[in-house]
Design a protein around this ligand. Sequence first.
Ligand code: ADP
Ligand code: ZN
Ligand code: ZN
Length: 738
Amino acid sequence: MTTDFFIQVAVPSPLRRTFDYRPPPGCDQTGLEPGARVQVPFGSRRMIGLITGTSSNSDFPATRIKAAYKLIDQDPVLDDKLMQLYQWAASYYQFPIGQVLQTSLPAQIRKGNAAEEKQTHYWQLTDAGISIETTSLKNAPRQLELLELIGSRKTMTSAALKEVVGKEVSSVLKTLLEKNLIEQVPHQTVAKGNWQKLYRDDEPLQLNPEQEIALTAIRQNNDQFNVHLLEGVTGSGKTEIYLQAIADVLALGKQVLVLVPEISLTPQTLRRFERRFNRDIAVFHSGLTDNQRMMAWLRARNGKADIIIGTRSAIFTPLAKPGLIIVDEEHDASYKQQDGFRYSGRDLAIYRARQLHIPVVLGTATPSLESLNNALAGRYHYHRLTERAGNASHPDYRLLDIKGQELREGFSGALIDIIRSHLAQKNQVLIFLNRRGFAPLLLCRDCGWIATCPRCDSSYTLHRNPPRMSCHHCEAQKPVPSVCQECNSTDLASMGLGTEKTEQTVKDLFPDIPVYRIDRDSTRNRDALHNIIEKVDSGKPCILVGTQMLSKGHHFPNVTLVAVLDADGGLFSADFRGQEQMGQLLTQVSGRAGRGETSGEVVIQTYNSTHPTLLSLVGEGYAPFARKLLEERKLGKLPPFSYMALIRAEASNQQLPIKFLSEIVNDIQAGFSNVRIIGPMPSPMEKRASMFRMQMIIEADKRSWVQLFLHALITRMEEHPDNRKVRWSVDVDPLDFT
Ligand code: ADP
Ligand code: ZN
Ligand code: ZN
């Protein structure tokens, strides 16, 4: 008698389970391995799924189990370890495994396309390109840059060049081709000639003692799982340590995975890696086409790519011979996905490093309290870089008390004088205001009416360029009214400050100085930010006005003054992470100043110049400040001294979400005395995009207790008669409570 054989398949369905199938016709058990794709019937459709396991029995009646249509991969596309990572993540973050795979695999893999590299063409230098006098191209920096890049590497594809240089690459390549300096070949070859001598900074730097200690520790036992927290102010030489640690691992023939926050994956960052390593670097960012993403993914999987750099989702990149994971700016909120599959890329990096027995380095100037706590408790190796590398010095902080002061659109007279003096010395100035748009309110001066979004509990933000009112919570846009909608008065005024208004104010105050605004609106176009940064890099006096985008990744060596217009928002945030986030943001923004030879000054305007939190941050710096916050968290039994999950429920009917959550909690609560339940209660923004929102916080001393509770909760929610009328979600280790 033949035994039965079933495969368990993850298909993109919202159900939190896998589905059983029989092998496809004509297919014996060989090749039906976890990680291979199969095409299966699902309802009335054909779907591509991934095999997660096999078994000789099924909980379903054998007669009702259908056969899969066909096996797509002879060899699994995902190896055991990666499958295990996906399955663990699906279970920990309580998200359906099929959708986990759906959101993190390259589109072409999901669609069932063959997992093989297509023929690509590579650029290499011609003899003329090798022997050209570089001075003859001194007026064509783009061309020279491309020649350098192609010449320094074996060969490069257009796609790889585009990753480093940006969109304009095709026209420059065309010019170089016409000049007969480069040619296309079908295979990768070894570079002819020696272009590397052109690179100023491709040699490892001599490390200072603190850097040396950190690198030595990372080097030791680098064939084992270890977590290193590398805490160093901006400019203290963290990246230099990454580069040297990477060099070690590459020399062993292994690959390195580097995670960076969304916004900091800039051409500058990439160029730094390109210049140091004559290696294949695969880059994952949101601007890739499906095909580019697939090719980069395959190069990582088959081991051709030595270094893989990407944002959050790159943590799921298959690696043939993993050796090291680096998470830069580990505190950055963009590592946590805020919708759907709400995983933390940083936390999964630690899971993955443990699973692969390799080290992981978490680098930042402002450690998250989670990582700091682990480091202080001895679970992580803790390395601190307290000096700035090279000879740049620390900025000086100054609090400007603006109580009772007359302000000109947010600027005190004292601040204007300080800005003027920095500009007079031909320096650059950075002005930070974490609110985009022109003004956060449009108000009627006769009756007090405020323009609010009808779909959200929120006012419209006024924008000038182009003129519109926009809701920053549901993205609704409306023309700016000319009369009050309550009393028809024409006396409408904008209230409060946004970056657009500040840009205007600064232009009025300093009409001869160029002003550049950096926020989500001014940088929608991918090259816009790049262009602004190039102008700032030229070193001429200018003023930068921007939001938290300014705090990430970019270095402005000629900025000598950072001015924070309003530091008070974060002090009184309702969210228990508010002060931590404020401290990180202010420290990161301040870190942009004085990277060059000149030391910087940071001036913070506040109405609360005696607030202990602010004084601690400004007087002692982030490290002591963070330790104080950690003490407070411990007293309050808040994360990282407890574990949380946030349950959200929303519906267009206001009563439904509260009824739904309350009924379920009342049902199961009794069985879970070790779990604290806060709520259900309205979300801080109860109405958003026409949905009424409720939430509930689950808190416990152990992760496993939260997990057990969530499991029971989700089972109940799925069985509840209103399950389909209420849109609910589960956020494990939530960062955002809005
Ligand atoms: P971080 O990543 O901490 O911001 P970087 O590694 O980018 O710091 O270093 C900041 C600057 O200092 C860079 O220009 C880098 O080339 C330089 N630098 C780093 N380490 C050294 C060193 N040991 N000696 C001299 N310059 C260094
Ligand atoms: Zn009115
Ligand atoms: Zn809205």
